[in-house]
Design a protein around this ligand. Sequence first.
Ligand code: NAD
Length: 463
Amino acid sequence: MSSQPTLHAVEPSICFLDTVASLQTSFKSGKTRSLEWRKSQLEALKRLLIENEKDILHALHQDLGKSESEAYVAEHGFLLSDIKHTLKHLNKWMQPRKVSTPLIAWPGKSFQQPEPLGTVLIIGAWNYPLQLLLAPYIAALAAGNCAVLKPSELAVETSTIVAKLIPQYMDTSCVEVIEGGKEESSALLACKWDHIFYTGGEAVGKIVMSAAARHLTPVTLELGGKSPCIVDSSTNLKITARRIVWGKWMNAGQTCIAPDYVLVVKGFEQKLIDAIKKELKSQFGKNPFSSKDYGNIINTRHLHRLQGYLDGVNVVYGGDINEARPAMTPTLVLDPAKDSAIMQEEIFGPILPIVPVASIDEAIGFINDRPKPLALYAFSDDDKALNNIIEKTSSGSVCTNDTMIFMTNPELPFGGVGNSGMGSYHGQAGFDTFSHVKTVMKRAFALDAPVRYAPFSKFKLSL
Ligand code: NAD
C-alpha cells in the first residue's frame, strides 16, 4: 500500500508501564495456567459475541459498510467457530508431547511441555477489525496468557465496542483494551512484552520488530503484499470468475489475502474479463453502490490512494467512485506497466489488474522475481500444472481452483513468509505461537552408567 507511515517510532508521551505491571502480577499469580480458567475465558468471549451480535455487526457496517452476512461469515461467525474448535482441542494441545529417549539417558522420559508466555501485546488492523484482534486473543487465552489488545483506530466503531464489551465479560485482571493510534502504539511498543502479535502493513511491521528487538521480545508479524492469481486457459471459466470475484471483492478488496492481480495465459484474457464482468453484475448488480452486499473503502484517504492507481492505466471496467460512502466500483485494469504504482504496491481495494503472460512458466518467473506473497492462487484443470506452481513458488499459503476458502480450515496454520510476515496462527498453530514448548527430560537415579564420566575409557561413547 502506498500510504507509508513514519518509519520510526514516535517518542511516546504516554506510558503503559503500570498496565503491563498489573497484568504481569496476575500472570505470576498462576491463575491463567489452569484448563478451567482458559475454558471459562473462552466461554466468556463466546457469550460476549453471541449476546452482542447485533451491535457488533452494526459497528462493522458503520466502519466498512459490511453486509450482515459478510460480517458474520468473515468476522463474528469466524470467531465463534474458532472458539468452538479451540474448546474442543484445548485439553489435548496442553498435554505433554512425548518423544523417545536415547539409551544413554535411560531410565528417563522426554517430552515437550507447552507453557504460557506471560503478558502479550496484540495489535490489530482495520480491514477485519474484529477478527484480526480477537482471533489472536483466542489463541493467547487458550495458551494461558494475559493480554493487551490494541484495536485499529481507523475502524472507530469496532474499536469502541470492543473496548466497551471486553471489561464487561472477561477477567479484567488479565486483559486490557487500549484504544488509539500511533502515539498509543508507540507507548505500548516501548514496554517489555513476552510476545508481540502484529497485523498490518510492512512499514509498521518494521517499527514493531525494531521496538521488540530492544527487549528481545519474539514477534509474529501478519503482513500483506501482492497476492497473485494465475489463470490457465484449461480452467473452468465460470467457476473461476465466480471465485475470483468472491475473493477479490469481499470487503471491497480490503483483504490481506485477496487476489491482488491476475496472471492469465495470453489469448484467454478477454474471455476471463467478460466472465468476471458477468459475475460482478450477478453478485453486485449493475450499480454496486446500491448493493447492500458491496462494501465501503475505510476512508477517503484510502479512496484517493486507490483512485491514484488508475492514472495512466487501461481501465476496461468500473473505476467510478462515490466520495460520500466512500466507495469505488469493482474495477478491471488490463496489462498495466510492470513499473506502474498499481503493479508495485499492494492495491488493498477493488481494482484487479489482468496481466497476460506467455505461459504458466512465465507466471512462475514473474512471481519469483517479486517479494514472497501472503497467498497465491492458481486456476487450471491440469493437476500437473498446479503441482508445478505449488512446487516452484513460495508464499504464505497457496490455494488451487479457489481463492480465500482455505481460511475456513482451522487445521491449516495461517501466516506469511519473507516480506509477507513471520509466524502463524489459527487452531493449534495459534496455541503454539502463544506458548513456549518447553523441553523436559525426567531422569531417575537407577542405572548410572560410569562410561559417561571421566576418566574416559579408550572406547568412544556414542551419544
Ligand atoms: P493499520 O493502519 O490498521 O495499522 C495496523 C496497526 O498498526 C494499527 O493498530 C495502528 O494503530 C498501528 N500503527 C500504525 N502506525 C503505527 C506506528 N507508526 N507505530 C506503531 N503502530 C502503528 O493497518 P494497515 O497497515 O493500513 O493495514 C493494511 C495492511 O495490513 C495491508 O498490507 C494488509 O495486507 C495487511 N494485513 C495483513 C493481514 C494478515 O493477516 N496477514 C490482515 C489484514 C491486513
